[in-house]
Design a protein around this ligand. Sequence first.
Ligand SMILES: [Zn+2]
Length: 239
Amino acid sequence: MTPVILFVFGAVTGSFLNVVALRYNSGLSLGGRSACAHCGRKLRWFELVPVLSYLYLRGRCRGCRAKISRQYPLVELWTGLLFATLPLSYLPVFSLYVAITVYDLRHKIIPDGLAYAAAALALLFALLMGGRGLLDWLAGPVLFSFFGLIWFLSRGRAMGFGDAKLALSIGLLLGAREGFSAVVAAFWIGAAYGIGAMIFSPKRLTMKSEVPFAPFLVLGSWAAAALHLDLLHVSSFFQ
Ligand SMILES: [Zn+2]
């Protein structure tokens, strides 16, 4: 039963994170009723139920029949899955990761405010959890330097500096084992996506296409944290 409750709680949080990602840096406040992006009609309560409303409305506004972005149900579903599969203590930072992912997909940039908030929360988490070795404490700075170096050497073409800030928080939150695994997994997922995109829609994507990397980092972090991955065999250093 618990995973179901966590999923529902996650889907509701995802619904809120959609709003955060949409209104962040846009001058709009986080308060106020949600409205149709097309006709501006205020939404009733039964149009605001995560995932289910989208299915019930068959993806269209009740007023103007305009298509509702698939982003909404997908983010709700995804946040639900995150909440049902991750340790509770990771959820505040991962909620910020969801907002960062959506924002990066829309604007191709990671907003500083959200990246710093994630790093600060992850640091607080690391301090509160305790039981961390030196390597765990180094994971954040090491990953930050790694992505910072790619950013510097490629003059921002291969990786944005925002990815370095995101990697810092991933290292702080997950420690050495899962943190390094998250980045390895992110490159695997990114490569698989790139190959798939070149095969299935070569016109839309070439080698030069600017693909946001934050979604892959977050997916990699999810995999590493949910499956307790240790892809670089960090544990063997302690034996
Ligand atoms: Zn409408």
